[in-house]
Design a protein around this ligand. Structure first.
Ligand code: ADP
Ligand code: MG
Length: 678
């Protein structure tokens, strides 16, 4: 590729210091970056309408002939307003252009144009504001719309892109082998870049976009798969298939569901395979992932290996410790808990017992994988609620020690196509089924006026012996309309929940206080827990059967599903009441979806469709590179093909060393940070 493409953006004609800065603010530093500044949508000038049909304050396309240009007037120091009168043959309109004399000067009286802009004003004096336009006889009837900041006018951006593309065009360039393009129906790169910016037709821009989105996802998948393959080389704890699980199943207080036992079998097969397991276990809230994890620990212990179970919070670590000790201690397996709150004396005792192998299953927070914690024979590391760990952390963890088997449990189900991208470095097991006898949580969205009635219902359930969560979004009263959990709790104990035992739980409380409250709640000593989203992840109190969520509009779909998953975990019929006065379209849609389905995978898909992939990609937490082109529908449509394509490429050329793969490899390395893919 021409080296000029990677020089400073100022290399391009007409880009000086100021515009250069504006570009950099958009993350565009080089001509190459500019080429990959893909249009957000297209403007089709053929969709023009008469002035009389233009809606107020909405952008539209008009076909206008300039009647008369009025000389520009300078209003304040910085503001220049240019006006011209124009007609569509029936009605007249004023064209108003702010601060862009260049665009105004290019207009010619008596000439006809297609103009796209927002139409304002009453029916007598209508105006079209700073329109984007082309001459009516122009062949470029479809024009891209870019994400722009102030100081970057469409026409000059187009001119800059034109020049950058011309530089790239000097040497023909292709990143994909011919046979791949043919098999997956992909257009050539140069043609695609040309047609994504300057489309010949709308089908050309679509096919260009598809090619570029495919390539972007392919780079991502190649990076993830290379990570995965590299990890497979590492040696690890080899376990023996013929170790019996019968005793474990006998003492378990319930029978595993089909989904759970399939998951256990996959995990056992992985741990016996001779290469290290890197598996994601995802399942809907309440599907019983903990029992699967306990089974894996049992198998590992029977093989003479230790297991470490890592939870993101102290509360969850304690809860897991209770579950694991309940399931495993009767079978003679020694378990222990290690968190930040463990005393120094206990800590050193635990460290000693981990080193001599006495403790077989340790549960805790990050503390358990710190440097000063050494194991006699660590065979399995389980991390719960994986979404707090990103690709980079996964890569780092895999490099630790003798590379134990790794099981990652996700509380947030995600659609398979998204999982392929986000967790492409892992094998994935999904549990789609809930234990028998669970009825879906009845969910209602109501406005604040129904709050009194809702609490009448809550009290009735508390009287029956059930427990409740009341979730509020904030801790302190900072935004007046939001229910702050502290004030809320005080009020509730005097009004709606008078006479009931309540307690407060939020993230700013001391660890020991939080643990104490959670313990009293799970022991049934607290009837209603008034809390923030600290209860969102993983908490398991089967007697809790009602949840009220205040300011429900503040929560995303997946988060609402997680929260709701705290109830409906036992044999009692459960209810979730969402309270919101928000009438925003987006909010209403979320409330409808969450009330109408209990299927976490479907909710996750809807969440992705509504929010776009930006929450996952380019987000520091996940450590995935940002996606510039592919959107939620590209991910849904292309991911399976992209995965197949990436697997084929790596199957034939594991290091992508073939000359025809070098370009895509270089691009892939550019996309990922070096420390992941070097
Ligand atoms: P999650 O997948 O959300 O982490 P948990 O592992 O916390 O779910 O399990 C949810 C609840 O279901 C727990 O109370 C657990 O004891 C119970 N449970 C798990 N598996 C089964 C099963 N096969 N039959 C009945 N109850 C089960
Ligand atoms: Mg869980």
């Amino acid at each position: 590729m021409a080296t000029e493409l990677f020089s400073e953006i100022e290399y391009l004609k007409g880009v000086g210091k100021v515009r250069g800065e504006n570009y950099r603010r958009l993350g565009i530093c080089t001509p190459y970056d500019l080429i990959y500044h893909i249009p957000r949508s297209y403007l089709d000038f053929r969709t023009h309408i008469p002035i009389s049909q233009a809606e107020n304050d909405k952008p539209c396309v008009l076909k206008l002939t300039i009647i008369k240009k009025i000389p520009p007037s300078r209003i304040r120091n910085k503001l220049v307003i240019c006006k011209a009168s124009a007609t569509d043959g029936i009605d007249n309109i004023t064209i108003v252009i702010y601060n862009n004399v260049y665009s105004f000067n290019a207009l010619i009286e008596n000439e006809t144009y297609y103009m796209y802009g927002k139409v304002t004003g009453g029916f007598i004096q209508r105006e079209i504001q700073s329109p984007v336009y082309v001459k009516a006889d122009s062949p470029a009837m479809i024009q891209p719309l870019y994400r722009l900041t102030q100081g970057l006018a469409v026409n000059s951006v187009r001119a800059n892109i034109r020049q950058a593309l011309d530089i790239m065009n000097k040497s023909s360039f292709e990143t994909l082998p011919q046979d791949i393009m043919e098999r997956y129906g992909l257009s050539p790169l140069m043609w695609s870049l040309e047609n994504i910016h300057f489309p010949e037709s709308s089908s050309a821009s679509e096919s260009a976009r598809r090619r570029i989105a495919f390539e972007e996802l392919l780079k991502l998948q190649l990076g993830m798969l290379m990570l995965k393959i590299r990890r497979k080389d590492l040696t690890s704890a080899v376990m023996k298939k013929d170790i019996s699980m019968a005793d474990f199943y006998k003492t378990l207080p319930f029978e595993l569901t089909q989904g759970q036992s399939d998951a256990v079998n996959e995990i056992i097969a992985d741990m016996c395979s001779g290469t290290s397991m890197n598996r994601l276990l995802q399942g809907d809230v309440g599907s019983g992932k903990t029992a699967v994890a306990a089974a894996a620990c049992y198998f590992s212990a029977k093989n003479g290996f230790q297991s470490a179970v890592m939870a993101p919070t102290g509360i969850l670590a304690i809860q897991h410790y209770h579950t694991f000790s309940l399931f495993l201690e009767p079978l003679g397996i020694k378990t222990a808990l290690l968190t930040g709150a463990t005393s120094a004396k206990q800590k050193s005792e635990i460290r000693e017992k981990l080193l001599n192998g006495e403790i077989q299953v340790i549960t805790g927070t990050h503390a358990i994988i710190q440097k000063d914690v050494e194991y006699k024979s660590l065979g399995l590391v389980i991390t719960d609620e994986q979404h707090r760990f990103g690709v980079a952390q996964r890569a780092a963890l895999a490099q630790k020690g003798d590379s134990p088997h790794r099981l990652i449990m996700s509380a947030t189900p995600i659609p398979r196509t998204l999982a392929l991208n986000m967790f492409g470095d892992l094998d994935v097991t999904s549990i789609h089924q809930l234990p028998k006898g669970r009825s879906p949580v009845k969910t209602y969205a109501v406005t604040g006026r129904k709050r009194e009635g809702a609490f009448g219902f809550v009290r009735a359930r508390l009287d029956e012996g059930r427990q409740a969560y009341i979730v509020c979004p904030m801790i302190e009263e900072s935004e007046s309309e939001l229910f702050a959990v502290k004030t809320y709790a005080e009020n509730a104990s005097r009004t709606t929940l008078k006479g009931y035992t309540t307690a407060l739980l939020h993230g700013k409380m001391k660890q020991s206080e939080k643990e104490d409250v959670m313990k009293r709640f799970s022991d049934g000593k607290i009837q209603a827990l008034i809390c923030t989203t600290v209860v969102e992840v993983g908490v398991d109190v089967p007697n809790a059967a009602v949840m009220v969520i205040e300011n429900a509009e503040r929560f995303g779909l997946s988060q609402l599903h997680q929260l709701r998953g705290r109830v409906g975990r036992g044999k009692f019929e459960s209810t979730c009441i969402l309270i919101t006065d928000n009438k925003n379209e987006d909010c209403i849609r979320r409330m409808k979806i969450i009330s109408s389905t209990a299927d976490g995978f479907r909710i996750a898909q809807a969440d992705l469709d509504m929010r776009g992939p930006g929450d996952f990609f380019g987000n520091a937490q996940h450590g995935l590179p940002p996606l510039k082109v592919a959107d939620a529908s590209d991910i849904a449509e292309l991911s399976e093909d992209v995965r197949k394509c990436a697997e084929e490429l790596l199957h034939n050329d594991p290091n992508l060393d073939n000359p025809e793969h070098r370009a895509i490899k270089a691009d892939m390395l550019r996309l990922f940070s070096k420390n992941i893919c070097s």
